[in-house]
Design a binder for this molecule. Sequence first.
Ligand code: ADP
Ligand code: MG
Length: 319
Amino acid sequence: MIKVERLSKHFNGVKAVDDISFEVKEHENLVLLGTSGCGKTTTLKMLNRLIEPTSGSITINNQNILDQKPEELRRGIGYVLQNNGLFPHYTVAENIAIVPQLLKWDSKRIEIRIAELIEKLHLSKDQLKLYPNELSGGQQQRVGLARALVADPPVLLMDEPFGALDNITRSKIQIEFKELDELKRKTIIMVTHDVQEAFELGDRICLMDKGKIVQIGTPAELLFNPANQFVADFLRDQRLQLEFKSVTVKDIWELLPSAKKEAAGQDLPIDSNIWAALQKLSADRSSNLYITYRHETKSIGFEQLTTTFYKYQSKRPHE
Ligand SMILES: Nc1ncnc2c1ncn2[C@@H]1O[C@H](COP(=O)(O)OP(=O)(O)O)[C@@H](O)[C@H]1O
Ligand SMILES: [Mg+2]
């Protein structure tokens, strides 16, 4: 759906983005990952023409974006700015209503859409009258997301959307983010410098360094088949947790023993990663999770899950 070809951006001779190419499929979530200054924000801004490229091309739905008026292009693209970028002198409702007003929606339609979004994003009606600085960081982030989603654009660009949040708020919002129906229908490019976040949220990860792409692939590909030493080093410190995040329950399904559903326990979706399952189980080590896949139900506990995971890892072919 999105195709970036040989894209570069130079600022006074500095190669902020240096000849990068990648594609994003419809409804995919691609994460641009890398340390500060590697060119992530510049890449994202070129996608909605906040920055014009020095060279290269970008097509969205087979249309070269340089052939479109920036205003028209941006109607199809929601943008969540770094540090949420809310207007401080606009209320929450006014911030969210900016795009619908540009599109000349009538006030009733705007009201209905805002009410729908604040419910989905767990904001309250009373907060609509408040100003951004009267909200917590997490709430501001939700408003930023609501503003980007309000006109239901097919493409969403997000620049460090959870960057300014404390760890607990961040994990909570990440979980909600993954479960939000509106987002499953979108093609998303998200920027982060946080490796864990990239592994948690990305279908594929594009690891960048000094304006170039070092490797692009699924979390498991980067982890188990790194293109070079840079990739391996980048992931080294947090390797164990990343391994848990890059493997899903579905991957280890065949290795899990079948069981009948006896005691009550929580159900776990088949596409959950091992890390998420372990977190649920760690609250009560004697509890079980139930997973149903292709008309079969299996039950797992904490010890069994870790054992099965290691069994799976030992069978994985190493390059
Ligand atoms: N408007 C600008 N003028 C000059 N240099 C810039 C400008 N914007 C970004 N840069 C430089 O380009 C490089 C990449 O920046 P950026 O894309 O913001 O990185 P990231 O988002 O990965 O932290 C940095 O070296 C930065 O200093
Ligand atoms: Mg940036």
